[in-house]
Design a protein around this ligand. Structure first.
Ligand code: ASP
Length: 359
């Protein structure tokens, strides 16, 4: 009798242990996030003849091949992939960017998708990231990943970047942090990141405002939320938009000619961004051309070719008098994106200046 009782108690205890072990696993398995990868090309999808040559071609490898190279990602999330384009990001276009924005809106509308990863070339990644940060309304993680070495290289950086990017996209703690870029263990905000090296693996930096967080083999740590407006709080909308207004960037340098500014006006630009010297400065000839353009209703934004720092209003240039806009902390390429999106609607200069402070 006693023996039978002990046996029963033993079975009960073992069953309880078994349930305690399997239930959390079951719940965890149920809760695996659904992540969609939107592939656009870039070096991460690039291939070379050998593992040790510098020459290669971007956008050769498909999304399926990239995921197959990192089978461990399937432990992080349920993955689906879609090929949006397969180009080196020097050939990224507003058309592809608008297609991406539309697809992200569709995918994130319901409950079926928890996060998005976009594979992208690094050359113009900051433009696409910043554009999506302005126009995507979702608070779900949208994460861009790329690589500096093609998939065939010795020590290719793409697979781990993809793994870490998926880990961030699948992470509920990444929600509400805007569009991010994950490369080389760092999580950047679209608003702050910039490419600083033509070849180094550690090419992205977020000067002054710093990182959103870090990730190491899929273990994520977050430091902050973005300071600028994005997502549901963004006032921009590209639903139904098929084309963005022309905005040109003119590089400022010593003894610069005003011809390129005048040519831009003649060619029908709606906006011009000057990659000025120092605090968004330029010589008198260029400033006169900008004033002429402004008088014709073309929006002229003063940004800077300098890597870090704010371009302040009315510092060495009297923006109020000349009818110009200061880019605040946006570099020329992001200034161009903001102006292109802003000019989808009629706005006065005061309103455009406000956008540079808020976004
Ligand atoms: N030219 C390539 C691209 O932007 C470079 C890279 O991806 O790193 O697509």
């Amino acid at each position: 009798m006693k023996k039978r009782n002990i046996k029963r108690q033993l079975i009960a205890v073992l069953s309880a242990i078994l349930i305690l072990i399997t239930i959390p696993q079951f719940i965890f398995a149920q809760k695996k996030a659904n992540v969609v990868i939107l592939a656009t090309g870039g070096t991460i999808a690039g291939a070379a003849g050998t593992g040790v040559q510098s020459g290669y071609t971007s956008g050769q490898v498909t999304i399926d091949a990239m995921v197959n190279a990192v089978p461990d990602v399937l432990k992080l999330a349920n993955i689906k992939g879609e090929q949006i384009s397969n180009v080196g990001s020097q050939d990224m276009s507003f058309e592809i960017m608008l297609k991406l924005a539309k697809r992200i809106a569709e995918l994130t509308a319901g409950n079926a998708v928890d996060g998005i990863v976009i594979t992208h070339g690094t050359d113009t990644m900051e433009e696409t990231a910043y554009f999506l940060n302005l126009v995507c309304k979702t608070d779900k993680p949208v994460v861009l990943v790329g690589s500096m070495r093609p998939s065939t290289a010795v020590s290719a950086d793409g697979p781990l970047n993809l793994y870490n990017g998926i880990a961030v996209a699948a992470d509920p703690n990444a929600k509400g942090r805007g569009v991010m870029l994950v490369m080389n263990d760092w999580i950047h905000s679209a608003q702050t990141l910039t490419k600083v090296s033509t070849t180094a693996v550690q090419t992205f930096m977020s000067p002054i405002r710093g990182l959103i967080g870090t990730t190491a083999y899929g273990v994520n740590e977050y430091y902050r939320y973005p300071y600028s407006k994005f997502g549901a709080k963004s006032e921009f909308n590209v639903d139904g938009v098929t084309k963005l207004p022309r905005v040109d960037i003119v590089y400022g340098d010593v003894d610069m000619s005003a011809d390129l500014i005048d040519a831009s006006v003649e060619k029908g630009a709606k906006g011009i961004v000057i990659a000025g010297v120092g605090n968004g400065n330029m010589n008198k000839a260029a400033l006169d051309a900008c004033t002429r353009a402004s008088k014709k209703g073309i929006v002229v934004v003063r940004s800077s070719r300098v890597a870090t720092g704010n371009v302040g209003r009315n510092v060495e240039v009297n923006d109020d008098e000349l009818g110009l806009v200061a880019s605040a902390d946006l570099n020329p390429q992001k200034s161009r994106i903001l102006l292109s999106v802003a000019l989808l609607k009629q706005r006065n200069l005061k309103d455009i200046q406000r956008l540079y402070y808020e976004y």
